[in-house]
Design a protein around this ligand. Structure first.
Ligand code: R5P
Length: 225
């Protein structure tokens, strides 16, 4: 019988926990991501009994889930650095470049990733692609800039659509760019950041993952940067 997607998420979350466990000390601070795969990681971390000091969360939702387990959640401004960041992705390529933001948490995720010494990305193998861009690229945008950002993204060749009914934790909107195959993720990440009104885009190429764990029917594969 084949494993369900939920089982694959649990399996890859367990692999991430097994990977970080030998490195943790009572002083360790962890960055924790957002989404259904990160939630599986939180469930396992919360019952693991492993030594660590606390966490920084990439969303209000993850912060609440961590607190529900009695895990301390700190503001990033109170923390010098994070030993590990553990988070999911919407797409990942062989260079460990990612698309993130399907859950609208991309900006805080990018900040927490930037503050982390080592980024462990966890996903089931349906997220693995040769070229990023089949998943619509999420972009967080200051609301008053909606039209100028949409026009600039159209000029870059994409088909931007505002994600209806979604406001980010930072009180901004999300524009998803469809039909936008990304041949050069680093150049595209930089170019989109140059559009006035863009807060952040969901390409994690300049700071991609350091380790990508991918679960599939035959087990968990790991790709190192
Ligand atoms: O904004 C959300 C994040 O980037 C998630 O990590 C991403 O959408 C993957 O989520 P999931 O594990 O639910 O597929």
């Amino acid at each position: 019988m084949s494993k369900t997607q939920d089982e694959l998420k649990r399996e890859v979350a367990q692999a991430a926990l097994d990977f970080i466990a030998p490195h943790l000390t009572p002083a360790s601070m962890l960055g924790i991501g957002t989404g259904s795969t990160a939630n599986e990681f939180i469930n396992l971390l919360g019952t693991s009994g492993l030594p660590f000091s606390g966490t920084v969360a990439s969303s209000e939702a993850s912060a609440q889930r961590l607190r529900d387990f009695g895990i301390p959640v700190l503001d990033l401004s109170l923390v010098d650095s994070l030993q590990f960041y553990i988070d999911g992705a919407d797409e990942a390529n062989g260079a460990l470049e990612l698309i993130k933001g399907g859950g609208a948490a991309l900006t805080r995720e990018k900040i927490v990733a930037a503050a982390s010494e080592f980024f462990v990305c966890i996903a089931d193998e349906s997220k693995e692609v040769a070229t990023l861009g089949k998943f619509p690229l999420p972009i967080e945008v200051i609301p008053m800039a909606e039209n100028i950002v949409i026009n600039a993204l159209r000029a870059m060749g994409g088909r931007p659509e505002v994600r209806e009914g979604v406001i980010t934790d930072n009180r901004n909107i999300i524009i998803d760019v469809h039909d936008f195959m990304i041949a050069d993720p680093k150049a595209t990440e930089t170019a989109i950041n140059q559009i006035t009104g863009v807060v952040c885009n969901g390409l994690f190429a300049h700071r991609g993952a350091d380790l990508l764990l991918l679960s599939g029917q035959t087990g968990v594969r790991s790709l190192r940067a």
